[in-house]
Design a protein. Structure first.
Length: 169
């Protein structure tokens, strides 16, 4: 038996599911986990990546990205491989250098995050975060770098419409 009477629940609202929605913007992150998992349909496998934000108001928050690298759909696999290669390029690695995903843990990368609307299973509207781009550290424009240096916070950009990342075109 596990005692629960010492757990302070004052001020806690009930909620299911992942992390809170983060504002659209560019965040300095590091990859902290990469796990191979079965797809929901069970017909393939994906690589689930967990990035941790480093610094600023959202430091320690997690951002997740999934790559359908082992999927029966050739299109899904091609897109996932392109995204994986793009991530490695922006981390400064080649695929030949990586035999285990943990080799790219804790390497800084700037992650451009967008807020994307979607419909839940019950038909209600909601929003979720999605990675729109991986940016090699040091490749942001000068204005963004200056803002980060002086504010010590991630740069938040208003995103008017969802754009396709260059590696997905």
């Amino acid at each position: 038996m596990t005692a629960m009477n010492d757990l302070d629940m004052n001020g806690i609202e009930g909620q299911m599911g992942g992390s809170a929605l983060l504002p659209a913007g560019t965040y300095r992150c590091v990859l902290v986990e990469g796990n191979r998992k079965s797809t929901n349909k069970g017909t393939g496998e994906l690589l689930e990546l967990k990035f941790s934000i480093q610094g600023g108001e959202y430091s320690g928050s997690s951002i997740y990205h999934r790559l359908n690298l082992w999927n029966p759909s050739p299109t899904a696999t091609k897109i996932a491989k392109q995204e994986y290669k793009y991530l490695l390029d922006n981390l400064g690695f080649t695929p030949a250098q990586i035999s285990d995903i943990s080799q790219i843990y804790n390497v800084p990368i700037d992650v451009k995050l967008i807020v994307k609307p979607y419909k839940k299973n019950d038909g209600t509207e909601s929003e979720s975060n999605e990675i729109a781009d991986f940016i090699q550290v040091g490749q942001m424009n000068t204005q963004q770098q200056t803002q980060q240096q002086f504010q010590g916070q991630p740069v938040h950009e208003e995103v008017q419409k969802v754009q396709t990342a260059p590696y997905m075109q």
